[in-house]
Design a protein around this ligand. Sequence first.
Ligand code: FUB
Length: 353
Amino acid sequence: MGMMGPGTMASVLPCANRIPVKDLAVNPSHPSSPFSAGAFAAALVLGLAAPLAAAEPETRGNPIVTERFTADPSPLVHDDTLYIYTGHDEQREGAQGFLMRDWYCYSTEDMVDYEEHGPLLSWKDFEWARGDAFASHVTERDGKFYWYVSLRHKDVRVHEGFAIGVAVSDGPTGPFRDAIGKALITDETPNSVVLNIDPAVHVDDDGQAYLFWGSWNAGRWVKLKENMVELDGEVHELKAHNFFEAPFIHKKDDIYYLTYAAHYPSTTEYSTSKSITGPWEYQGVIHDKLPKSETNHQGVVEFKGEWYFIYHNAQLPGGGVYRRSVCVDKLVHDEDGKILKVERTRTSVPKVE
Ligand code: FUB
């Protein structure tokens, strides 16, 4: 655990390059971009190029973590702090397959200075598991923090042997312990999928909690009991156009947004609904495929009045399909409730108070 200011990145990356770069597929025509062609031309005509540069906000730089390879971020806001929980890629450069043993957390109050916590949880904390600490999601209810994780099961293997477990803690950074001593979802759960990974939980306004998960083109959802550690009823199919994996729910102005990785290698796409149980109306692509990473695993969060899109790429030196890095960029909803295409940057997002 330790404080990591933006300065710590400088030795590793040309941190906070002031212009988004091409290999990150930026979208300079994005209306919110200070780098849009229109804004820049207008600034030149008005002789404002220098003030524009001088007004650049303080940023951290993407990826936000450079000390290790991190993946599959999931955000949680608690007490004016944003917590980003991540997986940890440990595969050797050039070797094949994910090597993931534990999970970390990075917290920030201003989107520039982050504190590292961890590793906070490992597959070894689940007696019934045998490895593969894949994507996870933390949510809070009544002062307890529930960490839903993807893991490979020791005994149950009907398909790929992946299962979803849940750990619990009294605080956002632990200590976490296995909440039930067994898996919540396995290959044997009726109507589960071939690859039971990528849990995401949303507690709705009426207090009902829902667990979403799935991969390989098959998504599922089920209600959770108030205790957050038992299923409440049947497992339902998640019907969303182009769904591949990594479902994530956020709600804004009475609209439920389901973002997910679509196809493989993946883009990020989304659908909306008036109800968390669907039907889901397809809306389109919000995040293009990444160079060097086949996955992108997103989370969406509102923090201090701004919306953020948190995902991973493979842009650290030595990065690749199995050596990924968590990034943060802005997410913009337009006046009609549509999500604009995410502008990937090397700056990450401006500091907030
Ligand atoms: O990190 C392992 C797997 O890759 C995750 O569970 C998926 O979402 C994809 O990012």
